[in-house]
Design a protein around this ligand. Structure first.
Ligand code: ADP
Ligand code: MG
Length: 682
């Protein structure tokens, strides 16, 4: 038997050297590649009742030639063949362009099948295909493949058909029989036949079911093997923290931890102690109290004699975290420093030196903090906040510096489970799914722009109670292009509106850092009552006295982002409000506004966001890091994803998996994908 992975495509009849080069360009080198080049849709060639077909829709019909076809020549070398066809009781026209040779093949009373575009008004089909015979001779579903260059869809159909007939039975079955039996999945030979050339919708469905599972299983196996390897390699540091000291520290906190926080702390501490490198994601809705969990982890690491770093995406957030940690560590005897790009000259030099000598215990800052000239004496724990993905690049930097710290990623964007187990499949996950007691859910309303006056008087009512308000505007950088009302306009409007009664401040990304800091400080000290801002306040900012938020052009934001923004209010004990000012143009937009008013649960919102925007947009284009599946769809097939994940976890723990013949193809796959050598382990 030939090995299809190694068999060159030129072995297939009709594929010459030149074609092979072009196929290689499409990623098709072996016969195996060709067979796995799957269609992304089908042309449906089934007969339909013309009365139900819309104007301009594609359709296939069977009809009887009514009279001698007429052929008209026009222009230069152009011709049009018109056939009058009797379909059921109706007489319609079928038109072909530049296919004059058909005339001689057609005679009245012949039954033919044609497909093309239906012009409802002219009762005419402009045809692209014809079969000189009744419809029962027609393939009902024609596969459509991504074509490229000179390789047409039709050519691909031919090559694949040929390859399937000749070599289809030689394709290796990668799924063990027991698994196929359990889920009633068709064998690979049938699955390929069905997916390329289905004879019914049922066959399509069976093929799809099998490939969805196969894709997810292979992907999850890779993930789980990587996870297992990471644990076995023991390449991290065992941090022997002082439990007594840690408990003492926790007892000094101004509140008692929620059960969810306690659980997260325990999971993290177990990772710190263990000799493998922690690679953990801490998810918790806005306001669920992640900072204190981070503080406890940093403290534990400190008692074990290690340094810690807390990295955040913006300077403002770094400063805020610094302040929170200062308060939390008030009674602890450790040295805490802030390093951002605004720390310059002598002050910076001093920090760098003290860091290298081990004098500094905890460093807070932006990502710059693990780069270049920054050297730790013994870094044990890195925590990143609000960073969806801690880049491969940053991990490489750490590694090159000889640091192999435990890593904890914190995010307030609840990640839908299906994404969490694909994008973060190789990570461990802790979830804080409980809010500190006494929080009142933010009341959210949707208002149209024409209701601004009423919204402002609502806002004024809150301000009169001594509360503060945020007013959020879409990004100022985008306003030029998108013609949105920018923060400056809104600021002018509101400063004017509240003049003499309340103070208004302006905050946006283009302000120099010192000014940003000043504004933020003024707001948190209640020297400004109304803060007009772009989304720079999205992450982390904490001003509990702010109980009112107005979001301009709310339809421009994704649900997760709106939820993040809304999380800036409702942080104290007072009732908070969030008003979405929006005139959404379409149904999806309206739906999004409605969902926001209906739930405060970040997980519910993230699932809806994923449904409405799709996985690609969920994280934003750049950082998506999403795997690409050929058949499977992470959102719609999530149940299969869960099953495949459980199976993968189970498999790699079974002896049979590593020894039995039945699993050999899966083992080979893992070997070839590089997972086994741990190549992908940063
Ligand atoms: P986030 O998870 O959004 O980062 P924070 O860590 O900023 O949330 O916490 C939000 C607020 O809740 C802070 O003011 C914090 O002091 C407070 N907090 C955190 N944990 C508790 C708790 N267990 N009980 C009461 N308040 C808490
Ligand atoms: Mg936070």
């Amino acid at each position: 038997m030939i090995h299809l992975q190694n068999a060159d495509v030129t072995t297939v009849k009709g594929i010459g050297k030149e074609t092979a080069v072009q196929l290689a360009d499409m990623g098709i080198r072996s016969i195996q590649d060709l067979l796995y080049y799957l269609p992304y849709r089908y042309d449906d060639m089934r007969l339909r009742d013309l009365a139900e077909v819309h104007h301009d829709e594609r359709v296939t019909i069977e009809g009887k030639v009514h009279s001698e076809p007429s052929l008209v020549f026009y222009g230069k070398n152009k011709n049009r063949l018109t056939i009058r066809l009797l379909v059921d009781q109706y007489l319609i026209r079928a038109v072909f362009f530049n296919r004059s040779y058909l005339k001689g093949k057609l005679a009245p009373n012949d039954v033919i099948t044609v497909s093309g575009k239906w012009d409802k008004h002219r009762q005419t089909i402009t045809c692209s295909d014809i079969i000189l015979g009744p419809h029962r001779h027609v393939t009902q579903f024609l596969p459509v493949y991504p074509a490229k260059g000179q390789i047409t869809v039709k050519a691909l159909r031919r090559y694949i058909k040929e390859a399937l007939e000749k070599y289809g039975s030689g394709v290796e079955e990668i799924l063990p029989k027991a698994v196929r039996d359990r889920y009633k999945l068709v064998p690979i030979r049938d699955a390929l036949q069905f997916i390329h050339f289905p004879e019914s919708e049922e066959e399509m469905k069976q093929a799809r079911r099998r490939f969805v599972y196969e894709e997810f299983l292979l992907f999850q196996l890779k993930m789980q093997v990587l996870r297992k390897l990471r644990r076995e390699k023991l390449q991290g540091i065992g941090q022997n923290y002082n439990l007594k000291q840690l408990k003492q520290f926790i007892s000094t906190l101004p509140f008692s931890l929620t059960n969810a926080q306690k659980k997260a702390v325990n999971e993290i501490c177990a990772d710190l102690k263990s000799p493998y490198r922690m690679n953990r994601l801490l998810q918790g809705d806005v306001g669920s109290g992640k900072t204190v969990v981070a503080a406890i982890a940093l403290y534990a690491s400190y008692t074990a004699g290690f340094q810690g770093a807390l990295m955040v995406p913006t300077e403002i957030l770094a400063e805020q975290h610094m302040e929170s940690l200062h308060q939390l560590f008030a009674g602890a005897d450790l040295s805490l420093e802030l390093l951002t790009s605004s720390v310059k000259g002598k002050a910076r030099q001093e920090i760098l030196e003290r860091l290298q000598s081990g004098e500094i215990d905890i460093l807070v800052g932006t990502h710059a903090l693990i780069q270049d000239e920054v050297n730790f004496s013994n870094l044990g724990l890195v925590i990143t906040d609000e960073q969806h993905r801690f880049g491969v690049e940053q991990r490489r930097v750490l590694k090159e510096k000889g640091e192999n710290p435990d890593v904890l990623f914190m995010t307030a964007t609840p990640i839908p489970r299906t994404l969490a187990i694909t994008v973060f499949g190789e990570m461990d996950v802790s979830v804080i799914d409980e809010m500190p007691a006494g929080r009142k859910p933010v009341e959210t309303y949707w208002a149209k722009h024409e209701m601004l006056d009423r919204v402002l008087s609502l806002m004024e009512k809150e301000l009169k109670k001594g509360r503060q308000a945020y007013v959020i505007c879409p990004l100022i950088e985008e306003s030029e292009k998108l013609d949105v009302q920018n923060a400056i306009d809104v600021y002018n409007l509101l400063a004017n509106h509240f003049q003499g009664r309340f103070r208004t401040g302006l905050m946006h990304g283009r302000l120099p850092p010192s000014e940003k800091e000043e504004v933020m400080k003024a707001f948190s000290e209640n020297k400004i009552e109304v803060l007009v801002s772009t989304t720079v306040v999205e992450v982390g900012v904490n001003v509990p006295n702010a109980t009112f938020m107005l979001i301009y052009d709310a339809e421009r934001f994704g649900l997760s982002q709106l939820h993040q923004l809304r999380g800036r209010v409702g942080r104290g004990s007072g009732q908070s409000y969030c008003i979405l000012l929006a005139d959404p143009k379409n149904e999806v937009g309206k739906e999004r506004m409605k969902i926001m008013t209906e739930t405060n649960d970040g997980f519910v919102l993230s699932e809806r966001d994923l449904e409405l925007r799709g996985p690609g947009d969920f994280f934003g284009k750049k950082q998506s890091g999403l795997p690409e599946f050929r058949v499977a769809d992470m959102v719609h097939d999530y149940k299969v994803l869960e099953i495949a994940r459980m199976d993968a976890m189970h498999f790699i723990e079974m002896d049979e998996f590593w020894h039995d013949e039945e699993y050999a193809p899966l083992r080979r796959y893992l070997e070839e994908s590089g997972a086994m050598s741990g190549e992908k382990l940063d």
